[in-house]
Ligand binder design. Structure first.
Ligand code: FPP
Length: 226
């Protein structure tokens, strides 16, 4: 999920951008619940990109405060629903209270076996690929990886998503037709659905419509129709 349009949602209502993110957090609660109801196994949301640091300090700190609030209000329920929280990105660089909230969430839900809920924080697809390349270089230097036989599947395991499957569907709200450095490696064959609705307005019905579009796609993965 590329959760875009919080700022425009707020602007249309004469509110502050951070109030748009707050409404976005409310929408996220519903989306996680609906994902669970639909029986989807993996959900990844783009909460904060490596480029989002360029925003005004007030907005950046506002988003991280929301992360703390989200964990405080949702963690127990997510845990009861067997959800495993996972972070994609370099979260060592985030404010300390958010880091503590993330640590607690990872620890509490680590043995859960239901929905895997990935939250991309300080995440960028290119940064992720570069990080994996550096890990591979180090392994190779130590004689722990054979480059001549190293496969795409082996490389995938060095990404934050490790052994998770690639996303079948990427949904972007807010109408922009781009991926914005989201799951750059993993999205090679993902289906894309872009909706004009702003993220705070992304209801269960919008979600169902996106899934319906996905179900009508003809996925060939570079092959031809059988
Ligand atoms: C993009 O909208 C949204 C973000 C950069 C932040 C998303 C954050 C949340 C939904 C808050 C809650 C997250 C968690 C995990 C608790 P935008 O600001 O780019 O919108 P615009 O394109 O209309 O300006």
């Amino acid at each position: 999920m590329i959760m875009d349009g919080n700022g425009r949602w707020a602007k249309e209502r004469g509110l502050l951008r951070v109030q748009g993110h707050n409404a976005g957090m409310e929408a996220l609660r519903g989306v996680v619940e609906h994902t669970h109801q639909l029986g989807i196994r993996y959900l990844t949301v783009y909460a904060f990109s490596t480029e989002n640091w360029k925003r005004p300090e007030e907005e950046v700190s506002g988003i991280f405060k929301l992360l703390v609030r989200y964990m405080a209000s949702e963690l127990e329920r997510l845990h009861q629903n067997n959800v495993r929280i996972n972070i994609l990105g370099d979260w060592s660089a985030i404010p300390e209270d958010s880091r503590r909230a993330v640590e607690a969430a990872l620890k509490k839900t680590k043995d859960n076996t239901g929905l895997v809920f990935n939250i991309a924080i300080n995440y960028g697809g290119r940064a992720e690929i570069l990080r994996a390349a550096k890990i591979l270089a180090r392994l190779s230097e130590k004689g722990l990886a054979d480059l001549s036989s190293f496969t795409e599947t082996d490389f995938s395991r060095l990404l934050y998503t490790e052994d998770m499957p690639d996303p079948d569907l990427i949904i972007r709200t807010g109408g922009d037709l781009r991926l914005s450095n989201f799951l750059t490696w993993q999205s090679a064959y993902s289906e894309l659905v872009v909706t004009d609705c702003y993220w705070p307005d992304f209801t269960d019905e919008e979600y169902d419509q996106a899934i319906d579009q996905y179900l009508h796609r003809d996925r060939r993965f570079g092959g031809i129709k059988s």
